[in-house]
Ligand binder design. Sequence first.
Ligand SMILES: Nc1ncnc2c1ncn2[C@@H]1O[C@H](COP(=O)(O)OP(=O)(O)OP(=O)(O)O)[C@@H](O)[C@H]1O
Length: 353
Amino acid sequence: MATRDAVVEALKQITDPASGKDIVEAGVVRALTVEGGQVRFVMEIDPKMAERMETVRLLAEERLGQLPGVEKVAVMLTAHADKAPPDLKPAAKPKPAGPQAVPGVKHIIAIASGKGGVGKSTVAANLAVALAAQGRKVGLLDADIYGPSQPRMMGVSKRPASPDGKTIIPLQAHGVTMMSIGLMMKDGQAVVWRGPMLMGALQQMMLQVAWGELDVLLIDLPPGTGDVQLTLSQKFAVDGAIIVSTPQDVALLDARKGIDMFRQLKTPILGMIENMSTHICSNCGHEEHVFGHGGVKAEAEALGVPLLAEIPLHLDIRLAADGGTPIVAAQPDSAQAAAFARVAQNMIARGLV
Ligand SMILES: Nc1ncnc2c1ncn2[C@@H]1O[C@H](COP(=O)(O)OP(=O)(O)OP(=O)(O)O)[C@@H](O)[C@H]1O
């Protein structure tokens, strides 16, 4: 059977290209476990070194695989931010392994959808503005790496400043403190972040943005069940997720997958929102059910999750969102804005925010 000492000794023969020290002394090797013939550990790396460290990872796997008694080696790369901002700099002790809180932020709520285009970002923007209008200090983080739309919906385009090169100053729009991964990307830049790079980017958005004191940070997630959802739930103390879906069966099928994923990650489902529920004609007020109606209610009941709202499909919602002022701010007295305001009231009443 392989011993921990033999494993550590073998790892000490491998050099960390960043520091020139061996990878054990350099503190790259974390959470090492040697159980029976199984060796597992995490390599904490600078995201800029991801490619070179992948070579180191392969070398470590190969060397450990040759040790007598070792049957399986699993090495995971995780990224750490370049340098923690001064107020977040960890003490000499290693960081806690479990999900961490964001300093100053009381609650973290993810806005998710199984499928793209169901109006998740529209809901996130309006909910953020509605909560702010009801006196809450609200942050909105657009973590939709594949199609960040909050800059357009909240009407901001300025690149956030970083006077000290470490802390990022978020932007303010409609009473909400906001930051989007889109504001950090060059125009037309293809996004191919996966694994460590993605974790680094998300961690940077969560920890290096000067969010200040917030009652709630809403996270507009990319659609589906990918790396961002996983990283967010595993690394951060997420209070829960709100799932947005349209009433069609295909959307509901994907919403169910999203709910399953969050349940596996032990992230509570705070509720579902049916978007584009009923079409209300902007000329005559006539109602019709373009995508069906009530599908999300039935699904929420079947899954034992609260239905938070049925938001109508209304031209004004789209015009407002696409024009940079969410309907809750553009037409606060409209029935459409009231639907979002009720979700905000419900969340406040349940003590979620
Ligand atoms: N209730 C609604 N009534 C009218 N238009 C809506 C409504 N909800 C969303 N839209 C419009 O539908 C389009 C897609 O919405 P949105 O970008 O919020 O979806 P999404 O689920 O976040 O998409 P993606 O996952 O691709 O980012 C936008 O143009 C938005 O203005």
